[in-house]
Design a protein around this ligand. Structure first.
Ligand SMILES: Nc1ncnc2c1ncn2[C@@H]1O[C@H](COP(=O)(O)OP(=O)(O)OP(=O)(O)O)[C@@H](O)[C@H]1O
Length: 443
C-alpha cells in the first residue's frame, strides 16, 4: 500500500485571507481605482497551515474563539475555497459544522434526510437503507413528518446529527458545540463516535472541552491567530492551550477548560422508563410470562438474552436517582436460549463522554453459576456503595464469555448521583471517602 493511501486528509500551506475594509465605500473605491490602489487590510483567518491526517485516526482541533478552527474545517469540507495552499481528501466526508447547512426548513424531517443525504452524494436507495437507523438515532417521533421550521433546536440537532453520523462516511467532522441535546442524546453521539473509531474511520473533532480531546483523540492540533502553533499528543497540546488560556498555575488540572460544563449536566434527570423489561424482583409470575414471551420471540441469534436489568435501592425499588454514599444493587436477568458451558455477567459504568469509570464482572470476581441450560434464567447482581461523585452516568449490561458476547445492552440505564450527605468537590469523579484532618505541628 502506498504511503499516500494511508492519508485521509493532506493540508498543505493552507491560507485563507479576507479583505477587510473600514467602510463599504472603500470597497467601491478599490474596485474603480485606476492605479489598483489598495483600500483594504489583509486578514489571515488561516496562515500557512500544513498537516497530514492519517486514516483511522481521531483528531482534535482546539484554539481560542476566532483562531481559525471553523475556517479550517470549512476549507477541508470544500465550503470555503483557500486563498492559497491545498487540501487533498481521500474518502467521503460527512460534516456537522453549522446547524442548518444542508437543511431546508420548509421541508419535513423525512424529506430533509433525503435532501441532505443527496447533497452528500448518496443515492435514494442508499438513504432508504439508512433511514431506520437515522430515525431511531434522532428519536423525534412523529415530528419527522412535520416541517423542520416547527422543530425545537434540540430536535433539529437530533435530526442533523442523526443524518451526519449514520450515513456511514469515511471521515466524520463534528463540532462538539453542536452536540447540545440532552444528556442521553450526548451519550449516544459519543458512543457513535467511539464506534466510528473502532471501525477505523477518521474523525475530526472541534472542541473546547480538553478532557474530551484527551479522552477521544490520538492527535491534537492547536490553532492561534490562524496559525498551527502546536501538534502532537493530546495531553501535551491541551496543556499548552490551558497555559495560553489560564496561565501556568492551573496546568495540573485535567478538567474541561469550560469548567461550568460538567456542572450543567448534574441534574439532567433520566426518564423513569430506562429499561424496557422491568419486572419486580419477587414477581415470579411476571418473570414467567416474560420468559415465555422471549422464548416465543427468539430468532435463534442470541445464545443468551438479557431480559431484565436495572438498579435496585436497599428496599428493592428500581431507581435511577441515586444518593452518593448509599447502597445499591446492579442486576441483570439473563435467559439462556441454548445450553452453555460458561456465562459471565458484566456491569460497566461510563460517563457521558464514554470514559469507563468502573467495571465489574463475575469472571473477575471468580463467581460461577450452574446450571446454564436452555430455559434457565440466570440472575447477576453486584452490591455497591455508590461512591461516584454527583453527576450523570450510564450503566451497561453484558452476558458473555471471554471469547463470545451473548448479549449486551450499552448505556441502558442512565442514572444520576446526587450529593446525599456527602459533599464533594463538584469536579471530582469518585468519592474516596476522605477523612480530612488539620493540625498545627509544634516544633
Ligand atoms: N467572511 C469573513 N470575513 C472576514 N473575516 C472572517 C470571515 N469569516 C471568518 N472571519 C474571521 O476569521 C477568524 C477565524 O474565524 P473562525 O470562525 O474560523 O474561528 P473559530 O476558531 O472557529 O472561532 P469559534 O471558536 O468562535 O467558533 C475570525 O477572526 C473571524 O472573525
Amino acid at each position: 500500500m502506498s504511503h499516500d493511501r494511508q492519508i485521509a486528509i493532506a493540508v498543505k500551506n493552507l491560507t485563507k485571507v479576507y479583505k477587510l475594509y473600514d467602510t463599504p465605500l472603500d470597497r467601491v473605491k478599490e474596485s474603480i481605482n485606476p492605479f489598483s490602489r489598495k483600500y483594504h487590510k489583509d486578514f489571515y483567518a488561516l496562515n500557512d497551515v500544513s498537516f497530514d491526517i492519517e486514516k483511522g485516526s481521531t483528531i482534535g482541533i482546539i484554539g481560542k474563539n476566532g483562531s481559525g478552527k471553523s475556517t479550517l474545517l470549512k476549507t477541508i469540507t470544500g465550503v470555503l475555497t483557500p486563498s492559497s495552499g491545498s487540501v487533498t481528501v481521500n474518502g467521503k466526508i460527512s460534516a456537522l459544522l453549522e446547524l442548518g447547512a444542508g437543511f431546508n426548513t420548509e421541508l419535513t424531517g423525512i424529506d430533509n434526510i433525503y435532501f441532505n443525504g443527496t447533497l452528500q452524494g448518496y443515492t435514494k436507495d442508499e438513504i432508504d437503507l439508512k433511514l431506520d437507523e437515522i430515525l431511531s438515532f434522532a428519536d423525534i417521533g412523529e415530528f419527522v413528518f412535520q416541517p423542520v421550521k416547527s422543530y425545537s433546536s434540540g430536535m433539529f440537532v437530533r435530526l442533523a446529527f442523526g443524518v451526519a453520523i449514520n450515513v456511514d462516511p469515511d471521515i466524520l467532522i463534528v463540532d462538539e458545540a453542536l452536540a447540545v441535546g440532552d444528556i442521553k442524546f450526548q451519550r449516544k453521539c459519543f458512543s457513535k463516535i467511539e464506534e466510528f473509531h473502532k471501525k477505523g474511520k477518521t474523525i475530526i473533532f472541534v472542541s473546547h472541552g480538553l478532557d474530551t480531546i484527551n479522552l477521544l483523540c490520538d492527535t491534537a492540533y492547536l490553532l492561534d491567530g490562524g496559525r498551527l502553533i502546536e501538534e502532537g499528543l493530546p495531553k501535551n497540546v491541551t496543556k499548552v492551550y490551558q497555559k495560553m488560556m489560564l496561565g501556568e498555575d492551573t496546568i495540573s488540572s485535567t478538567t474541561d477548560v469550560c469548567l461550568g460544563k460538567e456542572l450543567e449536566f448534574l441534574y439532567d434527570l433520566p426518564s423513569e422508563q430506562d429499561c424496557e423489561f422491568y419486572t419486580n424482583e419477587y414477581d415470579t409470575q411476571k418473570l414467567n410470562e416474560l420468559v415465555k414471551d422471549k422464548i416465543q420471540k427468539w430468532d435463534g441469534h442470541k445464545k443468551a438474552e438479557i431480559i431484565d436489568c436495572g438498579i435496585w435501592d436497599a428496599l428493592g425499588n428500581k431507581v435511577t436517582l441515586l444518593e452518593c454514599g448509599a447502597h445499591y444493587t446492579f442486576y441483570s436477568k439473563i435467559l439462556i436460549h441454548v445450553d452453555l458451558e460458561v456465562i459471565h455477567v458484566g456491569f460497566p459504568i461510563k460517563n457521558v463522554k464514554g470514559l469507563m469509570l468502573f467495571g465489574v464482572n463475575s469472571e473477575i470476581q471468580k463467581v460461577a453459576v450452574t446450571p446454564k441450560t436452555k430455559g434457565n434464567v440466570v440472575e447477576g447482581r453486584v452490591d455497591v456503595t455508590m461512591w461516584l461523585a454527583p453527576g450523570n452516568y450510564f450503566l451497561s449490561f453484558r452476558a458473555a464469555t471471554r471469547q463470545e458476547v451473548f448479549d449486551e445492552l450499552n448505556d441502558q440505564v442512565h442514572f444520576v448521583v446526587t450529593g446525599g450527605n456527602h459533599t464533594l468537590n463538584a469536579l471530582s469523579v469518585v468519592n474516596l471517602e476522605p477523612k480530612v484532618t488539620l493540625r498545627t505541628l509544634a516544633f
